[in-house]
Ligand binder design. Structure first.
Ligand SMILES: Cc1cc2nc3c(=O)[nH]c(=O)nc-3n(C[C@H](O)[C@H](O)[C@H](O)COP(=O)(O)OP(=O)(O)OC[C@H]3O[C@@H](n4cnc5c(N)ncnc54)[C@H](O)[C@@H]3O)c2cc1C
Length: 388
């Protein structure tokens, strides 16, 4: 068995898969291997994601990534057809709805200006229009809302599986081993070593280890600001049913809810310490979330908490945005991580952009250079107001 590759990717979640897929599609002919420690993806972020896809960001780089990725997700099922059958990713384009009070309105006024300039179709609805759009909610405290129609949610596990099927078909290797560390020589990445001591060599190593990427990078003394941060989602069944499917709706408190078939999925990013913690706190739903939901709509007064799940954000604790690019202090070492709560929706764009950087040494389709690793040194942070 040869342990020599042209490119090694640590992790085989959605970032790694999208990168491998784009490299191959764009004509890269080198030998690629993906290393994955969790062959059932039990704890990986991707299958635990809520699958939200939206255009509503405040920075140009995130909007461009959304626009690119949205177009990919629109055609994804055909593009990922396998054995003559389309992939199935259940992309429900129910939109995103942001309920706005006096405090959140000015932030959205700025977002709307940027969105309009960049051709995003978000639109403002006043209080009355919001009420007729969503009759079951209480709008008393709201000045209105913003609706993002080119948005919704898709099934992250199906998207991941579709990418994996394709890249396997292309002959890219999957090695189900845990990477202990990245091997380096004179400030260059030269490969990886697995926890069972095996060494694999490649002049390019990509860290796509999601919530684990910060710890992996720290092993070679290169800190990247990514830590695991637990998020919780709850599935509820309301006694009174809503007239229409609920779009991915953000309350001014930050709480969000949307329809998932006949149920409603609810989440709220609470303050928790960093760590690999997967514990679901039902009391958080009962004590904190439920009263806020019930205040928003009497339909939430009678409900049954059916189940819930947790997952880890690959949380960028400095500016909550992606990190895409080569590390300035280590030749051949690339990073694609730190997406916090918007990695699923930006994975198609991230894979495309990094594929270009690796193959061509520059970004062509969209300029994501502001998401570089260097920004933390130069303090040119990406300040995005629409992160959750
Ligand atoms: C609850 C929740 C809700 C979310 N909702 C949304 C949403 O609505 N919209 C959105 O866009 N994003 C959302 N996200 C964020 C999104 O899911 C992530 O940003 C994205 O999935 C990250 O993909 P990844 O491939 O980097 O990470 P992962 O899917 O975690 O993949 C990384 C892989 O690397 C493997 N790995 C790690 N270390 C090693 C090692 N040393 N050796 C070998 N393998 C290793 C892991 O096992 C893992 O499979 C959500 C996340 C969570 C947790």
């Amino acid at each position: 068995m040869t342990n020599n590759y042209d490119l090694i990717i640590v992790g085989a979640g959605i970032m790694a898969s999208s990168l491998a897929y784009n490299l191959y599609k764009d004509g890269y002919t080198g030998k690629i291997a993906l290393f994955e420690k969790d062959n059932k993806y039990e704890y990986s972020s991707t299958p635990r994601s809520e699958g939200g896809i939206r255009q509503t960001f405040s920075t140009e780089v995130n909007i461009r990534m959304s626009q690119y990725s949205y177009q990919v997700y629109k055609k994804f099922e055909e593009e990922m057809a396998f054995d003559g059958e389309n992939a199935q990713i259940n992309f429900n384009e129910n939109g995103y709805l942001y309920l706005l009070d006096k405090k959140s309105m000015p932030i959205f006024e700025d977002i709307l200006k940027t969105q309009e300039k960049l051709g995003v179709k978000t639109k403002f609805m006043n209080q009355r229009e919001t009420q007729s759009f969503f009759p079951e909610i209480n709008v008393e405290d709201l000045v209105g809302s913003v609706f993002d129609p080119e948005a919704g949610n898709a099934d992250p596990y199906s998207v991941l599986q579709a990418y994996i099927r394709k890249i396997r078909e292309y002959g890219i290797s999957f090695i189900y081993e845990e990477v202990e560390t990245i091997l380096t020589e004179r400030n260059k990445a030269i490969g990886i070593q697995t926890t069972n001591g095996d060494k694999y060599f490649a002049p390019i190593v990509v860290n796509a280890a999601g919530p684990w990427s910060g710890d992996l990078s720290a092993k070679i003394g290169l800190e990247i600001p990514v830590k695991p941060l637990r998020r919780q989602l709850f599935s509820i069944d309301t006694q009174l049913k809503f007239q229409n499917e609920i779009p991915f709706t953000f309350d001014p408190t930050g709480l969000h809810f949307r329809s998932e078939r006949s149920k409603v999925v609810v989440g709220w990013a609470n303050d928790v310490p960093y760590g690999y913690n997967f514990h679901l706190e039902k009391s958080f739903f009962e004590e904190e979330i439920w009263p806020v939901l019930a205040a928003r709509s009497s339909h939430f007064e009678q409900l049954k908490l059916e189940n819930g799940w947790t997952g880890l954000y690959d949380y960028n604790y400095i500016d909550q945005n992606a990190i895409i690019g080569g590390h300035p202090d280590m030749g051949g070492y690339f990073i694609v991580s730190g997406f916090s709560g918007h990695g699923f929706q930006h994975a198609p764009a991230a894979g495309k952009a990094l594929s270009e950087l690796i193959r061509l040494g520059k970004f062509e389709t969209m300029d994501v250079s502001s998401l570089s690793v260097e920004r933390f040194k130069t303090n040119e942070l990406v300040i995005e107001t629409a992160v959750y």
